[in-house]
Write a protein that binds this ligand. Structure first.
Ligand code: OAD
Length: 258
């Protein structure tokens, strides 16, 4: 039995959540550029930026039109592409395991939900590019972007803003499921991390907490990253080097066994 098979076999039999944490790499093969890959730059007008420069509330306040232009274009890309075999594998795992399954995703592209994972068990900790809310927070309500033509709040007339977490903002429970994610990490029998470089705070905390509490840890990524290093340094971990769409179907197959 391979180490991966052994880990998944044991995790299935222990109590606790089967927790998945995904990043931009899982959507790369659907055609959405990752943040830190070579195509991860943003353009506004004729200038080219790193995401960290444009994806802030302060930039939005000074240049709402430029920021919206980029998000509406990115949203079109997200709507045009299709979920891939890795997204579909996660749907099969949820179908099999029901409430033992949780999915924490950093992706705002909506592909997990379009593939068929449930909103109830899919926590979009960086928001959803298909949603927007009042930038002045006259209400907490979140609504669909629709055709992107009406970007003003019906109640107070301020700008609406994309419902995404920006670099100068903080996680919370209501919109980004901060506490739920940490609680899930504490209660995980298995954490499978897919396609993330581990550059943001909550995913790192989730990984550390799950590892501290003794969860089995699997990382799927063609490149080394903090999660693959932890996985390889632990007897309860395994770094699976490769693309998500090639590796997750096998992981699903092993988790679907009776
Ligand atoms: P990154 O762009 O930082 O990392 C993408 C990861 O996916 C890298 O580790 C790649 O090696 C890996 N990867 C690439 N192709 C892959 C494939 N086919 N299969 C599996 N893995 C692959 O993206 P994230 O880690 O998601 O936050 O970035 C995290 C957050 O940083 C984003 O959600 C965003 C960004 O700033 C906010 O906007 C708040």
């Amino acid at each position: 039995m391979s180490k991966l098979e052994e880990i998944l076999e044991k995790a299935r039999k222990e109590p606790g959540l089967l927790l998945f944490l995904t990043g931009a790499g899982i959507s790369a093969e659907s055609g959405i550029p990752t943040f830190r890959g070579k195509d991860g730059f943003w353009t506004a007008g004729s200038k080219v930026y790193r995401p960290e420069e444009l994806a802030t509330f302060s930039t939005f306040r000074s240049r709402p039109g430029d920021v919206w232009e980029w998000y509406l274009l990115r949203r079109e890309t997200c709507l045009r592409v299709e979920p891939n075999a890795a997204h579909h594998a996660l749907v099969k795992i949820e179908e099999k395991w029901g409430d033992r399954f949780r999915l924490i995703t950093q992706n705002v592209d909506g592909l997990h939900l379009r593939a068929g994972n449930s909103l109830e068990r899919t926590w979009q900790i960086h928001g959803d590019i298909n949603l927007m809310r009042c930038a002045a927070e006259c209400t907490d309500a979140v609504q669909p972007v629709g055709d992107g033509k009406n970007l003003r709040c019906d109640r107070c007339g301020d700008w609406m803003r994309p419902h995404v977490l920006w670099f100068d903002e903080y996680y919370n429970e209501e919109w980004y499921r901060f506490e739920s994610s940490l609680a899930a990490a504490s209660g995980a029998a298995l954490l499978v991390v897919v396609g993330t470089s581990g550059a943001t705070n909550l995913p790192i905390q989730v990984g550390m907490r799950a590892a501290e509490r003794g969860a089995y840890l699997v990382d799927v990524n063609p490149e080394p990253n903090p999660f693959s290093e932890w996985a390889e340094s632990s007897p309860r971990g395994k770094a699976v080097t490769g693309k998500a769409s090639e590796r997750l179907p096998r992981i699903a197959e092993l988790l679907l066994k009776d």
